[in-house]
Design a protein around this ligand. Structure first.
Ligand SMILES: [Zn+2]
Length: 614
């Protein structure tokens, strides 16, 4: 949109910014070819590729996939010097267009980098677009021409179309590098559908689906989530984006999502997509008896992911840590606030499924129960606070290893329980709610950067008292949260249940093709006491002789759930494991019962008051 220029001044021409042309170079070699034209380069222009992508807090070294970089000016080659792992400097003159050409290898089927094969293409600007030093705030353009793409491929992106054909091929504009980097692009022959939510156009593209995929159902359910969330933040007003694009790739066993300012890239399991009903339509009476609420667990997971990434449009893309006011693409950007931005978003994702009528109270409580038990099964919660976990995300949460559950706590799961505890505390005291807190923060920060002190101030204002103690204990402490007590006061029935078998033994295992292997030995559990270690292949068990003189019994073990049947009432056994080709015997003492929490609906009216469904 053009801005008005004061009459006394001549309009200043916008300096020409970097222009990227992206072509599919080879679907078989998984190579994109990029031509970057810098119309007004600096003398000895520096360019660099980001080392991370906002929203995924790990240094991923995208430049490892960049190759064949060359530069020219006026048709003549220009020397290039590599200045860092991700940065180059051209030996060019100023004032004459500089052209850089390079290829990017793209074969990572995640939402964070780039992918290209014969079926589809996908990329983030952080993987394909070198940043031009000093020109980051100039307008950027991205060209995706029909002749540079395989026949029949279309384009979907949140970028502003400038001159594109009906399939979206052509030229796109970004106000600056940040916008370019924040608008991933999906390429291919995808399914595409549209809907309006509160008057705002939304597009949903899906790649990798089979013919059974029920696109209409996905659009209908997604629209309900979007409308709930837009109204949550803005009432009857418009959201801070003029259009929104969902880009979902369905694969055999993937899962993940990455949030952006007006789009999101998602990956789900193909089996989790809604399917067209094949049985004949039921009678009207039968349809009333069984409302369209019932989603499979997998589809509920997908809707939760959609809800999560959409909520991020406000909570982390606009309202965001002060440290993210301006991203530094060259290194780690530390913040202690991911418990708020990821945790609170995790609290609201399923809550909005309930508010949109896509799941019922019992299902909602099952989802909360899963989160509560995940946190309880993480010994690292007593070592690390969620504020520390946020800061250390770069080296801990995103670098998962066998010791992760012992050393860290997830700012997603525990962060969502911090949100739950704050919400239920505010509600129990009768003055406010977390909904009001989110909106207060949005208004006070003008939908922009914020600090923990802003949360503390807003809590005091809305709650009528200081919440410093809660923030110190729940966010900066390592003691367990008062989840059970608060849930009970808001209509949930809380009881104790036996933990799953692996949890009782203090283990996490993987089972495949009859092989049982130990993934993690949990701190302080029975497996640790017995001397089992991560990586052990658990071959079998040996049982003490039933009576004197009887032979020792030994059994091959293929799956963990075979164990109780073999043990019977015996409390002690020997685990036979293979470690580094040695056979070891580890004596296991069955532990005192390890508990998990169980939640059910107790008082529907009180639940409705909390969940906002009344
Ligand atoms: Zn998230």
């Amino acid at each position: 949109m053009a801005t008005r220029t004061p009459r006394s001044h001549a309009p200043r021409a916008t300096p020409a910014g970097p222009q990227y042309r992206v072509a599919v170079h080879s679907t078989h070699a998984h190579l994109f070819a990029v031509t970057l034209t810098i119309p007004e380069p600096a003398l000895n222009q520096r360019v660099a590729l980001p080392v991370w992508i906002p929203g995924s807090y790990l240094v991923r070294e995208f430049s490892q996939h960049l190759q064949s970089l060359r530069a020219s000016q006026g048709g003549r080659p220009v020397p290039l010097r590599q200045r860092a792992k991700n940065a180059w400097q051209a030996g060019n003159l100023a004032g004459q267009p500089l052209v850089l050409q390079y290829e990017v290898y793209a074969f990572d089927a995640s939402v964070r980098t780039a992918f290209l094969d014969t079926t589809r293409g996908f990329f983030n600007g952080t993987s394909l677009c070198l940043r031009v030093a000093g020109q980051e705030d100039r307008p950027h353009s991205l060209q995706l021409d029909a002749q540079d793409l395989p026949a029949g491929w279309r384009v979907a992106t949140g970028l502003n179309p400038q001159a594109v054909d009906a399939e979206g091929r052509g030229c796109y504009a970004a106000a600056h590098y940040d916008e370019l980097a924040d608008c991933p692009v999906e390429l291919g022959n995808f399914w595409s559908g549209d809907f309006e939510a509160c008057g705002v156009p939304h597009r949903f593209v899906v790649s990798g689906a089979t013919g059974a995929f029920d696109g209409e159902r996905l659009l209908t359910d997604t629209r309900r989530i979007c409308e709930e969330q837009i109204r949550f933040w803005h009432g009857e007003d418009k959201p801070p984006f003029g259009r929104y694009v969902f880009m979902l790739h369905a694969s055999a066993d993937g899962y993940g999502g990455l949030e952006h300012r007006n789009s999101t890239a998602l990956i789900c399991q193909r089996a989790d997509l809604p399917k067209k009903q094949t049985e004949p339509p039921r009678s009207a009476a039968a349809q009333v008896a069984a409302p369209a609420l019932k989603a499979t667990d997998g589809y509920t997971t997908l809707l939760g992911l959609i809800s999560h990434e959409y909520f991020h449009t406000w909570n982390v893309k606009r309202l965001r840590p002060a440290e993210f006011a301006r991203y530094d693409y060259e290194r780690e950007n530390y913040t202690e606030l991911l418990w708020f931005f990821e945790g609170f978003t995790s609290y609201y994702d399923d809550l909005f499924l309930r508010r949109a009528g896509l799941i019922d109270d019992a299902t909602y409580l099952q989802l909360v129960m899963k989160t509560v038990n995940q946190v309880l099964q993480t010994p690292g919660r007593h070592l690390q606070s969620v504020a520390q976990a946020s800061f250390d995300a770069w080296i801990k949460y995103y670098r998962v290893g066998e010791n992760t559950p012992n050393a860290t706590v997830s700012y997603y799961t525990k962060g969502s329980l911090v949100a739950l505890c704050l919400d239920l505390t505010l509600r129990a005291e009768g003055r406010s709610s977390l909904d009001a807190l989110m909106r207060e923060l949005w208004v006070r920060t003008d939908g922009g950067p914020m600090k923990e002190a802003d949360v503390a101030r807003a809590l005091r204002r809305l709650g009528g008292r200081s919440f410093e103690r809660e923030l110190a204990d729940w966010v900066h402490g390592t003691a367990d949260l008062p989840v059970a007590d608060l849930l009970q006061r808001h209509g949930a029935k809380v009881s104790q249940d036996k933990a799953p078998l692996a949890q009782q033994l203090g283990l996490r295992v993987a089972e495949s093709n009859g092989t049982l292997s130990v993934k993690t030995v949990l701190r302080g559990g029975a497996a640790e006491a017995a001397g089992l270690a991560a990586g052990d292949e658990w071959l079998g068990i040996e049982l003490p002789a039933a009576r004197r003189g009887a032979p020792v019994e030994a059994w091959r073990l293929h799956k963990l759930d075979e164990l109780p049947g073999l043990l019977g009432p015996r409390q002690r056994f020997v685990a036979l494991v293979s470690r580094d080709r040695r056979l070891l015997r580890c004596t296991v003492q069955w532990p005192a019962e390890v508990k998990a929490l169980r939640l059910a609906v107790d008082d529907a009216a009180r639940l409705a008051a909390w969940l906002g469904t009344r």
